[in-house]
Design a protein. Structure first.
Length: 241
């Protein structure tokens, strides 16, 4: 009989716990600087553990940075449940962006509900409808937006900087924990008792929409469960193109 040996939340050692204290101070300063520089900074939270760390800092420091999330309509139950849990924990209201219903219906009628398995183009079109278009609406009027991306997450993010210019929206874009490791993130979660998605306890190190995400085996790349049927070089939804 074989058992699935899945990814597990990393064990944080004392050295990492100590190191994350200094990294937290840097992160706090980064977010404070962004809030001071920009009048309409907005944070796009996918509710991933990295985004929950940033949310915790924004809420703890009461920074004037609006937090929004994308309710794609295909999220896991566990992910959707984190929205009210986050609002209750921090006493804030997340701005929840949903796709245009007519666009979803047209896609499903023309191609099929799960047509994204058939080609990269159809998968990207689904992501465009459910994620990119709602995000575009969410940052109308913003002069900067923030993500929870990290360099360590994938080959497509190895050169990720702290600050970029988003040419598509002609605004500043920030990746405030770009230089954090996976251990750093989980050390912060432990230190501040940050609420996280229950799927992390079910071998999901990276979480997207339910049909496009699966558990990852122990030792596999942490994004191996995202769009697992595609080449690793195409594994982006287009939000950060």
């Amino acid at each position: 009989m074989s058992f699935f040996q899945g990814w597990v939340i990393p064990q944080v050692d004392d050295a990492t716990r100590q190191n994350v204290l200094s990294k937290t101070a840097v992160l706090e300063q980064r977010l404070q600087d962004i809030a001071q520089r920009f009048d309409e900074a907005r944070f796009a939270s996918s509710l991933a553990v990295e985004d929950m760390v940033i949310t915790d800092v924004i809420a703890r420091l009461q920074l004037p940075i609006q937090i929004f999330t994308l309710q794609t309509g295909r999220l896991n139950v566990e992910t959707s449940a984190l929205i009210p849990q986050t609002e209750q924990r921090y006493g804030i209201a997340l701005k929840v962006m949903e796709p245009v219903a007519e666009a979803v219906s047209e896609y499903e009628h023309t191609h099929g509900r799960d047509a994204f398995y058939e080609s990269v183009d159809l998968r990207r079109e689904c992501c465009r409808i459910r994620k990119i278009e709602p995000l575009n609406r969410a940052i109308v009027g913003a002069d900067a937006w923030l993500t929870g991306q990290r360099r360590e997450q994938s080959a497509t993010r190895e050169e990720l900087p702290l600050e970029q210019h988003d040419a598509n929206h002609n605004i500043a874009k920030f990746n405030p924990i770009f230089d954090w490791t996976e251990l750093d993130v989980w050390a912060y979660v432990a230190a501040y008792d940050v609420p996280v998605n229950d799927l992390y306890h079910q071998h999901y190190p990276s979480i997207g929409c339910e049909p496009c995400t699966k558990p990852v085996r122990l030792g596999e790349d942490i994004r191996a469960g995202r769009w697992w049927w595609e080449n690793k070089d195409t594994k982006e939804c287009g939000l950060h193109k």
